[in-house]
Design a protein around this ligand. Structure first.
Ligand code: ADP
Length: 332
């Protein structure tokens, strides 16, 4: 192995920059050349490559987002798109690739491994923490703390006005981010796609909470919750907005909605994200040097290791019912 490529792909996540820095500097330490590919798989197809030196990754360890930029590429999902990417990588002399991204990006990495003669290693980078075979994906801790910060502020105003607040969090189909932020933030309700609930139950509990003397009701809802709203004619894809309207109509309580949206993706990575990103980046390069391919670096029980990309993509959700139950008990 003489020259490796590195790219960030799909949804950005805080921690991608420290991971890129670690890949570049570990590779240089092992006398490898490094090529940065801009805008993920789109850059592979468009030949948007830059030489990465020690200095190329200076001053990025504390920055959110990704210096290499990221994108989604429909063309890469086709065989002809991947062939273009392969030709560009061959021409640039890239003989190993590190892909930092979420499940879609890992599917792309698997396709490169299976179809093209370029060993590829994945690093899990998504605020959703929704991949199997790893306890952690880069960006999760920063995003959770961002939600927590917002929740603390909303709690102040909710208490002062004795209001009900619905806060919609990201996570795509997964409720993990919402659950953990809800436990850490002491939310009264945590509504996630993995756990069935009815709107009647929620309304009843809010009313009885105020009757018991609660000063506010903080409801965290994951963006992936759909089922309880499907029958509503006005449902426009935001479960938070829909829930706010239902509560207002059914209980008459003053209810406000905050959709946190892309706030949750930004911000300087936390210490946890920087440490794990640094360790994962180094591990990815070591795996390439060892001749591995089709692997994803993982983090299990505080150790950095690796698994098959195939296994990481298995549909295993991470919701721990004990944690859900604990959050419910603590919000009594
Ligand atoms: P994330 O990596 O955050 O989950 P996406 O799901 O949007 O983000 O995936 C990022 C990119 O990965 C896509 O735009 C596409 O280029 C590539 N990709 C996704 N699925 C596949 C697939 N099945 N085969 C090849 N490439 C894929």
């Amino acid at each position: 192995m003489e020259k490796i490529g590195v790219l960030t792909s799909g949804g950005d996540a805080p921690g991608m920059n420290p991971a890129v820095r670690s890949v570049v500097r570990t590779a240089i330490y092992h006398d490898l050349e490094v090529v940065g590919i801009k805008r993920g798989y789109a850059g592979l197809i468009e030949n948007d490559f830059i030489e990465m030196k020690r200095n190329s990754v200076a001053d990025i360890i504390h920055r959110g987002g990704t210096k290499l930029l990221t994108a989604r590429s429909e063309e890469f999902k086709s065989k002809s798109g991947r062939e273009k990417a392969f030709k560009n990588m061959q021409a640039a002399g890239i003989d190993g690739l590190v892909v930092i991204g979420g499940d879609g990006s890992l599917k792309g990495a698997r396709a490169i491994n299976n179809e093209l003669d370029i060993p590829t290693i994945g690093i899990p980078g998504t605020i959703d923490n929704d991949l199997a075979c790893t306890d952690y994906t880069l960006g999760f801790d920063t995003a959770m703390n961002t939600i927590l910060d917002s929740l603390n502020k909303i709690r102040d105003t909710a208490t002062s006005h004795e209001r009900t607040f619905v806060i919609e969090c990201m996570g795509r189909d997964s409720g993990y981010l919402t659950l953990m932020a809800g436990l850490a933030g002491g939310a009264e309700f945590i509504l996630i796609p993995e756990i069935d609930f009815t709107l009647e139950e929620v309304n009843k509990k809010i009313v009885s909470g105020f009757e018991k003397g609660k000063l506010h009701s903080l409801i965290l809802i994951a963006e992936g919750v759909e089922k309880p709203f499907e029958h509503l004619s006005k449902y426009n894809g935001s479960p938070g907005m829909a829930l706010g309207e239902v509560i207002r109509e059914e209980t008459g309580l003053e209810t406000r909605v905050s959709v946190l949206g892309h706030l949750q993706r930004g911000g300087s990575p936390t210490a946890t994200d920087r440490v794990i990103a640094s360790r994962m980046g180094a591990k990815a390069v070591e795996l390439l040097i060892d001749g591995q391919r089709n692997k994803m670096v993982n983090y299990l029980q505080h150790s950095i290791g690796y698994c098959e990309i195939d296994d990481a993509l298995k549909d295993e959700h991470k919701i721990d019912m004990d944690i859900y139950e604990l959050a419910r008990i603590l919000s009594l």
